[in-house]
Ligand binder design. Sequence first.
Ligand code: ADP
Ligand code: MG
Length: 708
Amino acid sequence: MIQKKISSLSTILKNPIEYLKGVGPLRADLLKKELEIFTFEDLLMHFPYRHLDRTKIEMIGSLDASMEYVQVRGIIVSMEVVGERRSKRLIVHLRDKSGTIEMAWFQGITWVQKALTVGNEYLVFGRLSFFLGRPQLSHPEIESLRDSNAAGKAFLEPIYPVTEKLKARGLNAKAIAKLVQQLFLVIEQKDLPEFIPSSIIKKRQLFLRWQSLRAIHFPENTSQFEKAVERIKFEELFISQLRLSLLRSARSRFSKGVVFSKVGEAFNRFYHECLPYELTGAQKRVLKEIRMDMGTGRQMNRLLQGDVGSGKTIVALMSMLIAVDNGFQSCIMAPTEILAKQHADHFKELLSPLGIEVALLTGSTRSPERKKILEQTQNGALKILIGTHALIEDAVKFQQLGLAVVDEQHKFGVAQRAKLWEKSAIAPHMLVMTATPIPRTLAMTAYGDLDYSVIDELPPGRTPITTVHRLDDARPQVMEFIRSEIDAGRQAYFIFPLIEESEKLQYEDLMRGYENVKAWFPEPNYWISMVHGRMNADQKEVNMRRFVERDTQIMVSTTVIEVGVNVPNATVMVIESAEKFGLSQLHQLRGRVGRGSEKSYCILLSANGVGKEAKERLSVMCMTNDGFKIAEKDLELRGPGDIQGTRQSGALEFKLADIVADKVLLEFAKQDADLLLSNDPDLKLPDHESLAYYLRNAKSQHPWAKIS
Ligand code: ADP
Ligand code: MG
């Protein structure tokens, strides 16, 4: 009865998005395709990634690389179209008392050109980048100061993530803001009922749900915004802690584990005949922990942490051989096709002497290959399956899955991990691996029900990577150094930053960067591979393979290359605009070199005058190679409250919360969740009615529905 009342209250949120005034079928279609906004609720939960203080105007001469979004005011002094066809762009220079900045448009050129006049004064706002040391704004927002009161605006303007396609169809961040405004005209407080018990709201002095969701879009001031963010973070952490606890208790109540009672021929023969090197002490210890755990009759659920290059893959492979020895299937899931392919090649090579077959399944595996793999997985002929997210699709059915490994766990969400559980009547053993070092206590809280192993030792014979920070001015020397490495038979990476809200921009930057690298390393003496997010799997693979096989000496890439790629002959890693990366990401990227016996180098390039914090990040990188030290420093530097930064860690599926930066909040959430469940383990008390309802019905509830 009560339940019915609650659900009927929130029906307006389930309205299809086209019912919102100002949307209509065309826009609805775009919102669905581009942002996965299907309902009023989806729009409500599409948070701005930041707010802008539009009252602030910078001097062009004092812009520096630490600034992300800037507003400047000046006179247009020149305007010209350059380039042909795809590289055609409109270049406009804007000048104030202190300097000149270049603005570029790649699309809508004619229209923009018509709207602007040389000699007039404009207010310009956009994301600042530095290219080869010069400040630039690509596709900025621009308003004439003649015909508007733009200069007088004083507000916190929400900026929403949008795609290029949306922008091109007129659904830019501003238009989205209008829709959200419209949404708040039709929903009321009663549509967003509170579900966190009032005792907790009081104790933690939290904003109410309704209040927070409103303020996260349209705060009246900064402190109100911060309270809203805090509430939503708390909510995310609290709900996830509840779910972890419920999952844990469900596991101990219902799920028995598969017993791997022996270590047999496959494992032993591999160990004695095929293992290409001696395992490190840490690898042996971890392998033993895993083996013991899988033999107990309890389902293993283990987090394996080990710095980049510590040799987690071989531990996974050997654990999978134990599954083979006990007549079970196993699988390993990797976050990218490149990585899955690499694992598959590696496994095939190592396992072929034993006659153990390995198959690779990804989104781009086509029939009949796909069909064959699905069949053999289902009838049990195939023992080891390697793949991407494709593995968790419903079509993939195992005859008897005994062990599932998730590589680079931090790239997946809890729900995806949980989906693997359902691939077998008895939940398979789970081994999740990550190179993101998280302090132990935090790991236990974040991953709740997981046991924990660490590889804290690198394979022998690695010379430590030398890391340096160089300014753009030093590019010629950097390039000459790289030339000497390449001429000595080595290979190099050039990494360009990923710009979150604009794929198009990222692409343009990458292309320009590619041209620049090519100018230094011309064919036919040098060959360059390139990999980026816009390529399809085949193109990526061809480029990757050419690099692996040394047909190309240079790899130009965005961060798609970040995780796990292994080319031991590569000894130089250049990270362009290094100030734009977070510490843990820099560390991950650096881990691509120093994998062979040759001395390796990581060169962090940045513009002149990077901000204080960025400088500190770069200097930490130059000082240490130790992932745990870097993680601690990262935590110290980032601090809470940075909405954009928080997303990157992605350890769990949170919109805002970050288990590292929001450590304190996480602890509170855990305490509150534990206390609540100890009083009411099945959420049966009337006070917890709406909470139970929320847990059952909120998105990504998978697979906790089982529990109720
Ligand atoms: P990560 O832990 O980052 O996934 P990998 O498993 O990719 O690291 O291992 C990095 C490199 O180290 C690979 O080339 C692998 O073959 C090699 N390797 C792993 N273990 C050892 C070892 N015990 N001795 C020597 N080389 C090893
Ligand atoms: Mg790896």
